[in-house]
Design a protein around this ligand. Structure first.
Ligand SMILES: Nc1ncnc2c1ncn2[C@@H]1O[C@H](COP(=O)(O)OP(=O)(O)OP(=O)(O)O)[C@@H](O)[C@H]1O
Ligand SMILES: [Mg+2]
Length: 410
């Protein structure tokens, strides 16, 4: 009997941990066989603050996914975020033996790209190839088999603080899981929420979760910039708790039930009732007051995002705009507020077209979780390339924008 091909992703978020077990089908789609969603513990803004608590929460999530899938989980692809993550673009070259580029030449060029000065306390998480140049000829996507003598690769290198990565690895191991590879949150989300056209045109993925806002810029179908900012929906909750004198649990509930990111769109007479601290009876509160609090914080989050877009140097190179995801993107009004602050088209996206045990996963909160499975599949394919798979053809819209974008690229 042929064994099932199984992939497992564990999304260790600040607010929830989501383990997904998927079976890869013959046509390289996957069916979700097991789901384990648990509240997260011991994580703050993408960084582990209590290893034991985190390990227990991971173990619970894994246990649930094992029970629902019937598979024993020993290893997994694991999400990573936090302000300790940083990225650089680098180049590497290799001489081509024999005048025809082979896989080993590509590896040597990529290795050379990694020889940039990386501090000893940082671990390389991803080296993503972004395009090749053979003997001065730019814009080559697939160099293997081509004629030439000097191969140059442009690579996007993502590094993370060694201690933080090591702690997450330890927590996973304590829960009985070997980490196959860490995957940066926005790269996982990007695999789920972006269309091919958006990636080609230039687009920003913005995943606003509980503790972090994760960004990735795609241009020309490649990853050009990634960044994690330590702000997210938990800050909105704590603002509401302070502003309206509520417990964090109450504030969280009220945010999800009545929150709105645009105060102008909430009627001044809309009321809701809640039992505040020190009050015996429920009190009436104005929904617009709540919206003022939410709006101020969400606007600030988008200002950080804008700052990061400008800092990246790719401002103006994303005609497809911003694709918003993550649990916080469920806030009514957030799309318009984002579009106003960033001055770009914005849409909100979530996983779609899933098979298997998927009811809960149709939410922006699970883009990273589902994206881990896509990423795993992509990486497995990269290791064993399929001979029959042709590269996707550019479509008309892309053709039009390509020349325009090329003029702007550095
Ligand atoms: N309906 C809703 N309205 C507003 N906010 C919501 C809603 N549903 C969830 N959220 C918020 O989304 C956040 C959780 O999002 P998500 O599950 O994407 O985060 P996470 O993956 O656990 O954290 P991170 O990726 O930041 O480490 C919480 O702050 C939660 O309050
Ligand atoms: Mg997340």
């Amino acid at each position: 009997m042929i064994e099932d091909r199984i992939i497992v992703g564990i999304d260790i978020g600040t607010t929830k941990i989501c383990t997904l077990v998927a079976r890869v089908e013959d046509d390289d789609t996957f069916r979700i066989m097991g789901v384990g969603i648990e509240p997260s513990r011991g994580m703050k803004r993408g960084v582990m603050v209590n290893l034991e608590e985190a390990a227990t929460a991971i173990a619970r999530s894994v246990e649930k996914a094992q029970r629902s899938s019937g598979y024993e989980i020993r290893s997994a692809w694991v999400s990573l975020a936090g302000s300790h993550v940083s990225s650089i673009n680098s180049k590497g070259t290799a001489g081509v033996n024999g005048g025809i580029v082979r896989e080993t030449d590509v590896h040597r060029a990529l290795e050379a790209a990694q020889s940039v000065a990386i501090p000893h306390n940082r671990e390389i998480i991803h080296v993503i190839q972004r395009g090749f140049n053979i003997d001065g000829q730019n814009g080559i996507n697939q160099p293997v088999g081509m004629h030439g003598y000097r191969l140059e690769v442009e690579a996007h290198i993502i590094t993370a603080a060694e201690t933080t990565v090591e702690n997450i690895r330890k927590a996973a191991e304590a829960a009985g899981i070997k980490v196959i590879q860490f995957v940066l949150n926005p790269l996982a989300s990007g695999e789920v929420v972006l269309t091919e056209t958006e990636r080609q045109l230039g687009v920003l993925v913005c995943d606003i979760g509980g503790g972090t806002t994760d960004l990735a810029i795609y241009i020309n179908s490649d990853i050009w910039h990634t960044m994690v900012i330590s702000v997210g929906g938990s800050l909105i909750t704590s603002d509401i708790a302070h502003g309206l004198r509520l417990s964090l649990n109450q504030a969280e509930e009220i945010k999800k039930k009545y929150g709105h990111a645009l105060s102008d769109e909430v009627g001044s007479e809309e009321l809701f009732s809640v039992r505040a601290f020190g009050e015996d009876n429920p009190v009436q509160m104005n929904r617009r007051d709540l919206a003022f609090i939410v709006e101020a914080r969400v606007e600030e989050i988008f200002r950080f995002v804008l700052q990061e877009i400008k800092r990246s140097g790719y401002d103006g190179l994303m005609p497809a705009g911003v694709v918003l995801t993550g649990g916080t993107s469920l806030l009514p009004g957030i799309r318009k507020l984002g579009a106003d602050v960033l001055d770009l088209p914005v849409r909100v996206a979530q996983p779609e077209n899933l098979y298997g045990l998927v009811d809960q996963l149709y939410s922006p909160a699970y883009s990273t979780s589902v994206g881990l499975l896509h990423w795993a599949l992509l990486m497995e394919e990269a290791v064993e390339p399929k001979a029959s798979k042709a590269p996707p053809l550019p479509n008309d819209l892309w053709e039009k924008f390509r020349d325009f974008a090329k003029q702007l690229l550095p």
